[in-house]
Design a protein around this ligand. Structure first.
Ligand code: ZN
Length: 109
């Protein structure tokens, strides 16, 4: 697991200098995750294009658009291959339970 994130870190770091290496590193990371049947953490998955494995390093590799309508989602577009991936917003809005209000936060000092 540590190896996968290391590979992705490497890919993101060196994409500017060695794009081919970076893409290869992402591919390897993907392969390792499949081999060991471990799912890539969502945070890591979002760091590269699922189609062409280009690491999302900066504004030159992807664009992000936030759409808020009935379903809020983020559209991440890979500028390399044009693949658009949409992510649902997971807003963790726990309804405030009555009687358990947090007291003491933001107290005057
Ligand atoms: Zn792509």
């Amino acid at each position: 697991m540590a190896r996968i994130s290391k590979l992705l870190d490497f890919a993101i770091k060196y994409y500017g200098e060695y794009p081919d290496f970076a893409v290869a590193a992402v591919r390897t990371a993907q392969r390792i995750s499949m081999k060991y049947r471990v799912k890539l953490p969502t945070a890591l998955k979002r760091k590269f294009c699922r189609k062409c494995y280009t690491p999302f390093t900066g504004a030159s590799t992807f664009t992000v658009r936030i759409r808020s309508g009935r379903t809020r989602h983020v559209a991440v577009k890979c500028l390399k291959c044009g693949y658009v991936r949409r992510y649902q917003f997971r807003v963790k809005n726990k309804p405030p339970s009555e009687g358990s209000r947090v007291i003491g936060v933001g107290q005057h000092s």
